[in-house]
Design a protein. Sequence first.
Length: 163
Amino acid sequence: MPDLLIAADAQWVIDDIVAALGAPGTSLRIVRDGKAVVAAVRDETPDLVVLDQQIGNMGAMAITMALRLEQSGGRLPRVPILVLLDRQADIFLAQRSEADGWLVKPVNARRLHRAATTILAGGTFSDDRPTPSQAAAAAAVGAAATEVAPDAEPEGVEAGVGG
């Protein structure tokens, strides 16, 4: 039975995580104060910590670094951490803070479940999907590139004329 510690202060984030990861036999503990996460891990070590990036007084990166500092000092066992990021540009921060995995919000239940399962099995998970705006920009570039016929002659060159 996996024990998950969820740290978020937005109810909709908590609801999404519980809907995706709450299953029979899974224990879910919720902490709404970022500063309380280290103490919650110290009280009862979870199998996985799931952190929302934005928590009012102490966000996911600061929490992750605090947990890693405590772990490197031998004051806590190493616990896997999954971070829910607000934007793709924050992946760098998740990597630097030594999170075991991250997803960029909005998160669908299937990807969240897959990320948690992968990390619980000892792996890492990175969400390198393009954001909707990046996907739209890539699609626009692709559409512009196909507007030129692939067999069209370059400008100033006549077909059948060679030298």
